[in-house]
Design a protein around this ligand. Structure first.
Ligand code: ZN
Length: 67
């Protein structure tokens, strides 16, 4: 079921299996901290989302992870 979910029409679902492996490897608290860093604007720290490539607050831009 989870493999089917990971390969459905939503590109960001592909991360689910890697996320589970990473949680097992480093633990939930460390994974949550990694996620917080990964999904924050590199310039101002504002929370970002899966398909975002530009910060709505400071204007910083980056390559969208799921293009
Ligand atoms: Zn920003």
């Amino acid at each position: 079921m989870i493999t089917k979910f990971a390969h459905d029409e939503w590109a960001h679902h592909i991360d689910v299996i890697d996320n589970l492996h990473r949680i097992k490897e480093i633990g939930m608290d460390a994974w949550l901290e990694e996620q917080k860093q990964q999904w924050s604007c590199p310039k101002c720290g504002t929370r970002t989302h899966w398909y975002q490539s530009k910060c709505y607050v400071c204007g910083a831009s980056w390559k969208c992870r799921y293009e």
